[in-house]
Write a protein that binds this ligand. Structure first.
Ligand code: OGA
Ligand code: MN
Length: 202
């Protein structure tokens, strides 16, 4: 893991985002995926929205995924294991990037077939405590024609240059929440992930 952490940090420092295939081993990914599927079957997921607090809105023309927030005080053993792994990553990032990351918040996300999330930043307009976004994909056997790529824009100023990242199972993607514009292209089959943010508040 140490080497993976260092590689992620080098990419983050270099270009503001990082991609690490096989961040989760297959057993761990499968177990998290099974947990997510069970929670979906129990009807626990809610339509995702944009904004926070009183400006929260469900806007399916902007984002059409469904989420289940994880409760830091009430994590399953598996979720705890994930939290611990990301906490190690957080400490590594703090050692070399001086971003002052203090905590992590996250949710499972489900993109039903046909859903997407248009170009955006992960920081809210009023508050900026989200510093680094960290997403792991829980998909099984994702194929090139399945869509659902994470499009990372290389410049805030224009839409012309970007990198498309396939949401392949076990992959971690990290990026600077307030700087990197990104988008989820329409998924042609159901797409699963665990999405979270390192924050500079407790
Ligand atoms: C988000 C987001 C990207 C992805 O939830 O804010 O941009 O690849 N997710 O799921
Ligand atoms: Mn986002």
């Amino acid at each position: 893991m140490e080497e993976k952490f260092e590689e992620i940090i080098n990419q983050l420092l270099d270009r503001g985002w990082a991609e690490m295939p096989d961040f989760l081993d297959d057993e761990f990914r499968k177990a998290l995926r099974a947990e997510q599927l069970a929670l979906i079957a129990e009807g626990e997921f809610r339509q995702a929205g944009i904004g926070r607090g009183t400006s929260f809105q469900v806007r399916p023309e902007i984002r059409s995924d469904q989420v289940l927030w994880l409760e830091p005080g009430d994590l399953s053993p598996l979720q705890q294991q994930y939290w611990q792994l990301l906490d190690e990553l957080r400490l590594h990032i703090n050692r070399s990037c001086y971003l002052g990351l203090r905590s992590f918040e996250g949710h499972f996300a489900r993109y039903p077939q046909g859903s997407f999330y248009k170009r955006h930043l992960d920081q809210f307009s009023q508050v900026s405590y989200r510093i680094v976004s960290a997403i792991t994909y829980l998909n099984e056997n994702w194929q090139p024609g399945d869509g659902g790529e994470l499009r990372i824009y290389e410049s805030a100023a224009d839409d012309a240059s970007y990198v498309d990242i396939a949401p392949t199972g076990g992959k971690l993607v990290c990026f600077l929440s307030g700087e990197i514009f990104h988008e989820v292209l329409p998924a042609h089959k159901e797409r699963y992930s665990l999405t979270g943010w390192f924050r500079n508040i407790d």
